[in-house]
Ligand binder design. Structure first.
Ligand SMILES: Nc1ncnc2c1ncn2[C@@H]1O[C@H](COP(=O)(O)OP(=O)(O)OP(=O)(O)O)[C@@H](O)[C@H]1O
Ligand SMILES: [Ca+2]
Ligand SMILES: [Ca+2]
Length: 625
């Protein structure tokens, strides 16, 4: 484990450094000059002194990080935020259109920002990609351009976005309020009109940093997604985008309460369970909303959530859609992007979807509750190893004193298997969340994915799922009931295809069209001529993979099998079963399905029943062979 201790430090421009992905990291790495008095230098040496340790030693040192943060906080020499010599280089006042190098220190920026490097690499995603590529020795020629794009100046790129060119005449740019790898954000004021004097935030992205077609596309997509996603309370309000010869300007609502990370730090790293809940509910809500629209954020971390005001109960807003993308529920993405501490294992395996965001929320939840990072090491490869192992510790203080539900909640978000992980909407139904606060559960995109699979299933599988749905407990039914209610406006006990479409349209933004969710729904057309009652809905929308994670799964399955025996099981020959399952003739059905059928009476065996519940395809059966 490692402490969440500070803001991003300069991301080394070369990838050879042993410093962990500093997007999330570690002001310590920057301050070589003034170590806090009480803290052993070795513990601070994440960025520069770490080379004295071998990696195991370094990871051990990390275990003490909590104590380190505490002593660091107590120390009168808590100088991590104090200006390094670079401060003098940065200490001029901000003005519009200037190089970010001269913009780092403004009256409103916290001193730690002085440590930001003038020209960090344009994409942290590349950072992760590059590390992996080096490790696997597999940089493909087209990736080489992505990886090295920041170094190799690419000419002939079209850097016009078609945005309005009148930024300067509409807004007066003020002080810098924040900075990331891609740009810097300033306050600005409307110069004239009804809104004269009203404050906004402007993210300025220098075109000089857009050195590859991919970097340009990233900015285009960031604006497209911000423009399309509107109307959620926990999402920063986008106003407009502008450009001139030097920069792109993204104008949005000004959030004056600072980053979630700063608030975590100011509380000494820890939140009470109730305070953590209040933060997590807002994060889960906005992420469920993005997922319903078919948008995956891909860079969820405490730096990318801002409070609207300094108020304790201020609203939290998601920002920075710079790495976001459109994705359908049945689509897998393969580009490795994100921030190392928060990246999900399946992203490193290059096959992921919206579930990756929920993993990152799990990491945030873990940090909120205990003040430490769940996956920590001093090198990038060490962090990736920890992520891939996906075995966060719940043994150390304060975990033993936290509630069982809190731990269960975090565990279910940090499930290594993306199919077993809770969705954002499901997480809002977790007993830990709903025990103390009444939460309005949003519509879950997972429902549509599962219903689609159900509609395409054989009658035998539908019967098996029905049997399983009858074994669900009140807690498990809570989420399904909530979802059903959202789809059932007439409260007549059944839903139709029309109801589903209406519910979606009610929640739709332009992003939903761009992510092709309506096309995805075409598969539910079989519902056109009939309605679905709650019982069938439960069978259609339950996730077998998720139920499998429960301690009582065995009981569920046996109980369901007994029900299936009474009402659904029937004698079936292997060929018929194969055809029911839609297996292709190339699958050696006798070898595979032999044990699925009970030899005494030719009906489905328990093994066959459980396999059927999971759903089979020729492909996964061939793989299992
Ligand atoms: N609407 C806003 N109101 C106030 N501050 C903001 C706003 N948007 C961004 N900021 C500040 O600017 C910082 C950088 O913005 P943002 O995260 O969008 O940039 P980035 O370059 O994409 O960052 P990253 O390095 O995480 O990719 C934020 O962390 C925050 O401190
Ligand atoms: Ca950011
Ligand atoms: Ca970003």
């Amino acid at each position: 484990m490692g402490l969440c201790n500070s803001k991003p430090s300069p991301n080394p421009c070369t990838f050879a450094s042993p410093v962990p992905d500093t997007r999330i990291a570690d002001v310590r790495a920057n301050d070589n000059s003034i170590p806090p008095k009480d803290v052993p230098k070795s513990d601070l040496a994440a960025g520069n002194g770490g080379e004295n340790h071998n990696e195991e030693e370094k990871e051990k040192t990390g275990k003490n990080e909590k104590t380190v943060l505490e002593s660091v906080k107590k120390s009168p020499f808590f100088q991590f935020y104090s200006p390094s010599p670079a401060h003098y280089f940065f200490s001029k006042k901000s003005s519009a259109g200037r190089s970010p190098a001269t913009n780092a220190a403004s009256a409103n920026s916290t001193p730690k920002r002085f440590f930001k490097r003038p020209f960090p690499p344009p994409s942290p995603a590349k950072h992760i990609r590059a590390v992996l590529a080096r490790r696997h020795g597999s940089v493909k020629p087209n990736e080489a351009a992505i990886l090295e794009g920041s170094e190799a100046e690419v000419t002939g790129l079209d850097k016009s976005f078609g945005f309005s060119k009148h930024f300067g005449s509409k807004y007066e740019l003020g002080d810098e309020v924040g900075r990331g790898h891609f740009g810097y954000t300033c306050q600005a004021k409307f110069k004239k009109g009804d809104l004269k004097g009203q404050q906004v935030a402007v993210k300025v992205i220098p075109k000089a940093k857009m050195t590859t077609a991919i970097a340009i596309e990233d900015v285009r997509r960031e604006v497209k997604i911000l423009r399309a996603l509107t109307g959620h309370n926990n999402l920063v309000q986008f106003y407009d985008a502008y450009e001139d010869h030097d920069n792109v300007y993204i104008v949005m609502e000004l959030c004056e309460g600072g980053e979630l990370l700063d608030r975590i730090l100011s509380r000494g790293g820890k939140y009470t369970e109730d305070d953590a809940k209040a933060v997590l509910i807002q994060i889960l809500n906005v992420v469920a909303f993005c997922h319903l629209q078919g948008v995956v954020h891909r860079d969820l971390k405490p730096e990318n959530f801002l409070f609207t005001s300094k108020d304790e109960n201020s609203l939290l807003k998601a920002i920075d859609f710079g790495l976001s993308d459109f994705v359908r529920p049945d689509e897998r993405l393969n580009d490795i992007v994100g921030s190392a501490y928060y990246v999900a294992p399946e992203v490193l395996h290059r096959s992921y979807g919206i579930e990756a965001d929920v993993w990152s929320i799990g990491v945030i939840a873990y940090i909120l509750l205990c003040g430490s990072r769940p996956f920590w090491a001093r090198t990038e490869s060490g962090i990736f190893r920890a992520v891939l192992k996906a075995d966060p510790s719940f043994d150390e203080v304060p975990w033993p004193s936290l509630s069982f539900e809190a731990k269960d909640f975090v565990r279910r978000l940090l499930n290594k298997d993306q199919r077993k992980r809770l969705t954002a909407a499901q997480a809002l139904c977790h007993p830990w969340i709903r025990s103390s606060i009444e939460v309005k559960v949003p519509l879950d995109i997972l429902i549509f994915k599962l219903m689609k699979a159900y509609m395409r299933s054989s009658s035998l599988r539908k019967a098996a799922l029905r049997a399983l749905s009858k074994t669900l407990t009140v807690d498990e039914l809570y989420y399904l009931k909530e979802q059903f209610t959202l789809l059932e406006p007439n409260k007549n006990g059944t839903i139709s295809l029309e109801n589903i479409k209406t519910a979606l349209m009610k929640n739709a933004t332009d992003a939903m069209r761009d992510s092709h969710i309506p096309d995805f729904l075409a598969s539910l057309n079989a519902l056109q001529y009939r309605r679905m009652d709650f019982e069938e809905f439960c069978a259609a929308a339950l996730s077998v993979h998720q139920l499998e994670t429960l301690d009582r799964w065995e009981q569920h399955a046996h109980c369901a099998y007994e029900l299936f025996e009474k009402d659904g099981n029937r004698a079936i020959v292997i060929e018929e079963l194969a055809s029911e399952l839609g297996l292709s003739p190339s699958v050696p059905v006798h070898a595979i399905l032999h044990d699925w059928i009970r030899h005494t009476d030719g009906k489905l065996s328990f093994l066959g029943f459980v396999k059927l519940l999971h759903g089979v395809s020729s492909r996964n059966l061939a793989k299992a062979q």
